[in-house]
Design a protein around this ligand. Structure first.
Ligand code: GMT
Length: 373
């Protein structure tokens, strides 16, 4: 199969899922053609069967905004014609599903049929897509996709609530490669003393992640348990971290690390992962932590409860209930036996989302898609 993949190149979950899926399909002997505005963060383009096609927008003095969707449709058409794509899989509806629809129409005029799959990832529905400035275009282009998938049952239900979707949405969860054991652990002693616990949060530091809750929870934890907080990622809430670090006087206890490519090596030295998000369609970051044997203290937003099993792989509290999240964290951190049990259970829970279980579901979908025309 020759698969076109449109995704964001960033460290965000949708780009990571798209990249992993494309690389797994390439490893199975298919051609994976990545189309994005820059090289996807985790794409290894040196592997066989992997191609990267950059979307370039042309500057012109008339344009206040560059016509990205137009450039994207055009490159999809070019790649489909040149390489004979069998199908196109777009990750994140905005504007990818919209550009895919126009590419498909252009190709249709040339007598070429291109099945389109759109995978909904979360904020494309819950935050950005439902905004009146985008809503009709997003709804139209999702409905025009041949197949629609969502990364959780919760996101599927949200999509039907927000949009008038006339097709079935198939739930295919995010996945993780549990077999890849971390080769280069960071040195835990670089971050904490022997008698200290290490708490971690990884995200794109957007408002939706409730970074102020991460800080409040940790502030409550460190009053009871000798500990440090590591924050991995970059984003607009960096200032909130700096501000609250000063307010809570945690300068010697909070460390920000920016973006890290090999996040597993740092996850595997931590004791607990915090994910108090306002919205989270799935919570790939929580799954990555669990796969490294790190229990998750999370909110109950969206699809997180489909991933983090309350009282097993971690604990789940209502969004904003920092007291509950902190007391669950303290309970785990103060009891070595309980913490070890939850670490083990977190790893077990991650096995339910193993790539060996999820990739065949995508493969089956691709096989169905290439037969529709
Ligand atoms: O979390 C983000 O804001 C990034 C975003 C993305 O599209 O890159 O993540 C979304 O997609 C991930 C992969 O499917 C999910 O695991 C995240 O839960 C989801 N984020 C939200 O819904 C906020």
């Amino acid at each position: 199969m020759k698969i076109g993949i449109v995704c964001y190149p960033t460290f965000g979950g949708s780009g990571i899922v798209a990249t992993q899926l494309g690389m797994e399909m390439a490893a199975l002997g298919n051609e994976a053609h990545f189309i994005s505005y820059s090289m996807p963060a985790k794409l290894d383009v040196t592997l066989p069967n992997i191609y990267f096609h950059q979307v370039c927008v042309k500057q012109y003095p008339l344009f206040e905004y560059q016509p990205f969707s137009l450039a994207l449709s055009t490159i999809i058409v070019n790649v489909a014609e040149t390489y004979g794509l069998d199908l196109l899989h777009v990750h994140y509806a905005i504007p990818h599903a919209y550009a895919a629809y126009f590419a498909k129409q252009i190709l249709h005029e040339k007598g070429i049929k291109l099945p389109v799959i759109t995978t909904l990832h979360g904020t494309d529905i819950t935050l950005v897509g439902s905004h009146p400035i985008y809503k009709s275009g997003v709804e139209f282009s999702i409905n025009k996709s041949d197949y629609i998938t969502s990364v959780s049952q919760s996101l599927k239900e949200d999509t039907y609530k927000v949009f008038d979707i006339k097709k079935d949405i198939e739930v295919i969860p995010n996945f993780i490669d549990n077999s890849v054991k971390v080769s280069s652990h960071c040195a835990r002693k670089n971050f904490v003393e022997n008698d200290e616990k290490l708490i971690i949060h990884v995200s794109n530091l957007r408002k939706v992640k409730r970074i102020n809750d991460v800080m409040s929870i940790f502030n409550l934890i460190q009053k009871e348990v000798k500990s440090k907080l590591l924050i991995v990622g970059e984003g607009p809430e960096t200032e909130t971290i700096e501000h609250l670090t000063k307010v809570y006087q945690l300068e010697d206890k909070v460390k920000t690390l920016g973006k890290i490519l090999d996040v597993h090596s740092i996850l595997s030295i931590a004791d607990l992962f915090l994910l108090p998000s306002e919205q989270e369609s799935f919570g790939l970051a929580a799954l990555e932590a669990m796969a490294c044997g790190i229990p998750v203290i999370s909110s109950n937003a969206g699809g997180i409860i489909e991933v983090n099993k309350d009282g097993y792989s971690g604990f789940v509290s209502s969004v904003g209930d920092v007291q509950s999240m902190a007391s669950n964290a303290i309970k785990l951190l103060k009891d070595e036996n309980l913490l070890s049990l939850f670490k083990e259970q977190a790893e077990q829970q991650a096995l339910l989302f193993d790539n060996s279980l999820v990739i065949p579901i995508y493969k089956d979908l691709y096989e169905r898609a290439i037969k529709i025309y």
